[in-house]
Design a protein around this ligand. Structure first.
Ligand SMILES: Cc1ncc(COP(=O)(O)O)c(C=O)c1O
Length: 452
C-alpha cells in the first residue's frame, strides 16, 4: 500500500468494515478526538452524578493504575489490598458494628453492586426457606417507583418478582405507607434509596425500618433492608453524621454506593458493603486458580482496570472525613443558592422538600403555560448546559421535572452563570413559546405497579 501523507491519513473516510491498514498514531488520535468535538462538555453536564474533575495527582494515580488487571491479586497483591482497606473504611463510615467482619467489593459501578446485594438477599432467603422446609419459589423484592433502572434489571435478569410501590404527585419517595400491600413471606428484602435519581431525596428509611420491625413482631417474618446509597452513600456521612440511614439500623444488611459519583473518582467504580461477612452467601463465592495462586471471586465482572480503586484509595487518604465534609458543604451551598434564586422567580417549585443531596429538582408553576421543563433544558443547551428534564415515573407521570445535579467542581461563579442562563431562557420562552413534548416512555420502562 502506498504510504499516505498525514494530511491524507486524516482525511480518509471511516470504513464500514474492520480497517485494513495501519495509520499513524497522530492521525488516529486526531480522528478519535475530533469525533468527540460536538459531544457535551462533561463539566457542564449537570444531568449526571458522575465525577468530572480530579486533581492532577489523582489523574496520575488513575493513569498509572489503568494497565493493572484488578482481577489478578496474585500479581498485584497490594493493589488488591486497597480494595479491602476501602471496604473496611466504608464499613466504618457507614457505622457497621465494631465486632462484625467487614466484607464487600469494588465493582464497576453501583449497578453491579446492587446486583450483588440483591443476589445475596435472594440466596439467603432461599436457603432459609429450604432449611425451614418451606416453598422457596417465586421470591419478590419490594421497592419504590423512584427506583433506578438497575433494580428493574436485577429483578428481570435474576427472576425476582417486582413489587414496586407507585409514586404519587407530591410524594416521590418510598415510605412505610402501603407496605402492608406489598410485603409478605416471599420478600427477599426491601430496597430503600439514600439519594434517589429523580429528586435526590432519601426514602423514609427509618420509618420503613420501624414498620418492618412491627411487621416481624406481628407475623414472625423478618425482612432485611438493602440501602441503595449510589449517591447518598458519600453525602450523608459527611453532611448529616447523626442521621441514621445506614448500618446503625439493624435491619440494614447491605449498602451500595458509587465511588464515581460523590465518592469523587472518575467512572467506573461502585461499592457494595455487607453488615457482616456472613450476609454475603458463601455459595456466591468462587475460588479460582489464577496465575499460580488461589483467589476468591464474587463479582459479576472478572478483568477490570485497577485505576478507579487506586484512585478511591487516594481520595480517602487525601481528603479524609475533613476534606469530604468541606467539599460536600460547599457543593450543597451552591445547590441551595441555585434553588433559592430559581424559586424566587415565582416560576418554579422545588420537588425535593426533604432534600439532602446537592440536587435541585424543580417543576414549573401552573401559571407557566407557554413552555415546559423540556423547553428550558433545550434552550440552555445552546449555552452548553445539560440539564435533565423528564416526566416522573408512575403514578406521578403528569409531573415534569428539571433536575440540576450540583457537583463539587461547580463554584459559586458558575452557579450564578447557570441561574442567569436559566432565567434568560425562561424570558425568551415566555415571549416566543416552546414546543417540546415529553418523550413517550417505552412500554418496557413503564413499571406496572405490582400489587399482591
Ligand atoms: C439510586 C441509584 N442507584 C443505582 C444507580 C446505578 O449506578 P451506576 O451508574 O454507578 O451503575 C444510580 C445511577 O444513577 C442511582 O442513582
Amino acid at each position: 500500500m502506498t504510504k499516505l501523507t498525514p494530511y491524507e491519513e486524516f482525511n480518509i473516510e471511516i470504513p464500514e468494515t474492520f480497517p485494513e491498514n495501519t495509520m499513524s498514531a497522530g492521525a488516529a488520535k486526531a480522528m478519535v478526538k475530533s469525533e468527540c468535538w460536538t459531544d457535551a462538555n462533561p463539566m457542564l453536564n449537570l444531568s449526571s452524578f458522575v465525577t468530572t474533575f480530579a486533581e492532577p495527582e489523582a489523574r496520575e494515580i488513575f493513569a498509572s493504575g489503568s494497565f493493572r488487571n484488578f482481577a489478578d491479586p496474585d500479581m498485584y497483591p497490594h493493589t488488591k489490598d486497597t480494595e479491602f482497606k476501602c471496604v473496611k473504611w466504608l464499613h466504618d463510615l457507614w457505622n457497621g458494628p465494631k465486632d462484625a467482619e467487614p466484607y464487600g467489593a469494588a465493582t464497576i459501578g453501583s449497578s453491579e453492586a446492587c446486583m450483588l446485594g440483591g443476589l445475596a438477599h435472594k440466596w439467603n432467603w432461599r436457603e432459609a426457606r429450604e432449611k425451614a422446609g418451606k416453598d422457596a419459589s417465586k421470591p419478590n423484592m419490594v421497592t419504590g417507583g423512584n427506583v433506578q433502572i438497575v433494580w428493574k434489571k436485577f429483578l428481570r435478569y435474576f427472576d425476582v418478582e417486582p413489587r414496586i410501590v407507585p409514586l404519587k404527585p407530591g410524594n416521590y419517595r418510598l415510605t412505610a405507607e402501603h407496605l402492608d400491600e406489598y410485603v409478605d413471606e416471599k420478600t427477599i428484602c426491601v430496597v430503600a434509596i439514600a439519594g434517589q435519581t429523580f429528586t435526590g431525596e432519601d426514602d423514609d428509611i427509618q420509618e420503613i425500618h420501624d414498620w418492618l420491625d412491627a411487621y416481624e413482631k406481628k407475623t414472625g417474618i423478618s425482612i432485611p433492608m438493602h440501602i441503595d446509597g449510589a449517591s447518598g452513600g458519600f453525602v450523608n456521612p459527611f453532611l448529616y453524621p447523626d442521621y441514621k440511614w445506614d448500618f446503625r439500623l439493624p435491619r440494614v444488611q447491605s449498602i451500595n454506593a458509587s465511588g464515581h459519583k460523590y465518592g469523587l473518582v472518575p467512572p467506573g467504580l461502585g461499592w457494595v458493603v455487607f453488615r457482616d461477612r456472613q450476609v454475603f452467601n458463601e455459595n456466591l463465592v468462587f475460588y479460582v486458580n489464577y496465575l499460580g495462586g488461589e483467589a476468591a471471586t464474587a463479582t459479576l465482572n472478572f478483568s477490570k482496570s485497577a485505576a478507579p480503586v487506586l484512585t478511591q484509595y487516594y481520595q480517602f487518604l487525601r481528603l479524609g472525613r475533613e476534606g469530604y465534609t468541606c467539599i460536600m458543604k460547599h457543593t450543597l451551598e451552591h445547590a441551595e443558592y441555585l434553588r433559592d434564586r430559581l424559586t424566587k422567580t415565582g416560576k418554579f417549585h422545588v420537588m425535593n422538600e426533604t432534600q439532602r443531596l446537592p440536587v435541585v429538582a424543580l417543576t414549573l408553576d401552573k401559571s407557566v403555560t407557554k413552555y415546559n421543563e423540556f423547553d428550558i433544558s433545550n434552550k440552555v443547551r445552546e449555552r452548553g448546559w445539560i440539564l435533565a428534564a423528564y416526566s416522573m415515573p408512575p403514578n406521578a407521570q403528569e409531573v415534569n421535572s428539571l433536575r440540576i445535579v450540583v457537583r463539587p467542581h461547580i463554584n459559586r461563579n458558575v452557579a450564578t452563570l447557570l441561574a442567569d442562563d436559566i432565567e434568560r431562557a425562561c424570558d425568551f420562552l415566555e415571549v416566543h413559546g416552546g414546543n417540546a413534548t415529553p418523550p413517550e416512555l417505552h412500554p418496557a420502562h413503564v413499571s406496572s405497579p405490582a400489587k399482591c
